[in-house]
Design a protein around this ligand. Structure first.
Ligand code: ADE
Length: 357
């Protein structure tokens, strides 16, 4: 099947120029849903909602958690262990902090790759106070030893420590206060079933709707004391890949642009201008998203094609394509996954100004 350029593209022929690596890195950081060190430490803290009532979106999840919180408070017990899964940037850490604040307890935050040695996890567990929340990000990456220490801790509030080696090894059990484990993962299918089965609540976070992201952008703008119009907020929301973390990051870049342009209000034109400069297109796609789609179209007739073949043809890492780029392209219906491979949809052809013959 030959690919013909659309009339629009014929009128304004666009050369596909490779971005410089600096430019590409900058774009990647802007649209990556991964949290940055800076965001973990400070800039997200003032922006994160503190109470469930201030948390925008994820209606189903909020409903379920409201019930769990109310019931746990009446019983004067900690919340059940909770597993949150879904793409990065959708608010798993924020939700864990909110649960701690609603329950009036502390939240200890860690990530599985930081729990390499048994003492890393035992240290955290021993320091917990009654009712505390232990948040473990990327929980699918826990090693076996850490995971096996968690089983009796989750089930019986007990830490089983092995003392000595070989035949003389003994197990000493240390009682732990009742606590709540909140596990977060982007890959729920990679969790072992014994670990998954120990969570009382397993909940998925979904991509946000444009109207929800618009509210989030307006809320953050108010916190940052930035004036933004409804359509300005909507423009940022539309380009945020369904992800609050990206919406807030784009808002900050648009704020910079407004400042340089000496504009005291962010309106739709200004937001669109700024985001065009940052190469974030009208649907929030960046250079790599467009490269993935146009490669499947031009080199594989739109698919079906396997992930490895796309990776080889684009020079991108297969895992990065699968975990960072694909979820949103699937969500907006630009890509389909079939048993024979990935297929680009008509909507993607139209977005890229290409015609499927
Ligand atoms: N900031 C980031 N995520 C948010 C959310 N879901 N609601 C309100 N503010 C947010």
């Amino acid at each position: 099947m030959a690919i013909k350029r659309s009339s629009q593209e014929n009128k304004t022929p666009r050369k596909r120029t490779s971005p410089t690596s600096d430019q590409q890195n900058q774009e990647e950081r802007l649209l990556s849903s991964e949290i940055t060190v800076q965001e973990t430490q400070s800039s997200e803290d003032g922006i994160r909602p503190q109470k469930l009532a201030d948390y925008i979106g994820q209606k189903e999840l909020k409903k379920i958690l409201n019930i769990a919180i109310a019931a746990a408070k009446v019983r004067q017990e900690p919340l059940d262990h909770l597993l949150l899964y879904g793409p990065p940037g959708l608010g798993k850490t924020t939700m864990s902090l909110i649960l701690a604040s609603e329950m009036g307890v502390n939240c200890k935050i860690t990530a599985a790759p930081a729990l390499e040695r048994p003492r890393d996890i035992t240290g955290l567990l021993i320091a917990l106070k009654p009712g505390d929340i232990l948040f473990i990000d990327e929980i699918h990456r826990l090693n076996r030893m850490a995971e096996e220490l968690l089983y009796p801790a989750m089930e019986d509030c007990r830490l089983d420590i092995t003392i000595g080696k070989g035949q003389s090894a003994k197990i000493r059990s240390i009682p732990l206060p009742p606590f709540t484990l909140v596990g977060a993962t982007t890959k729920v299918g990679s969790l072992t079933s014994p670990l998954r089965d120990r969570f009382g609540l397993i909940q998925r976070l979904r991509f946000y709707e444009i109207d929800e992201l618009t509210l989030i952008v307006k809320r953050t703008a108010a916190i940052l004391m930035v004036t933004i119009t409804e359509t300005g907020a909507e423009e940022i929301a539309r380009r945020s890949r369904g992800t609050p973390r990206i919406a807030n990051r784009l808002l900050k870049r648009v704020r910079d642009y407004a400042q340089v342009e000496k504009s005291d209000t962010i309106n739709q034109t200004l937001a669109a201008e700024a985001l065009d400069i940052f190469n974030v297109d009208a649907r929030g796609l960046d250079w790599t998203d467009r490269l993935v789609l146009s490669t499947v179209i031009e080199q594989f007739n739109g698919g079906p094609v396997g992930l490895e073949a796309i990776a080889a043809a684009t020079g991108e890492d297969a895992k990065t394509i699968e975990e960072v780029y694909e979820p949103y392209l699937l969500q907006i219906g630009y890509l389909n996954r079939t048993h024979r491979g990935r297929v680009v949809t008509q909507a993607a052809y139209e977005h890229l100004g290409k015609i499927k013959l």
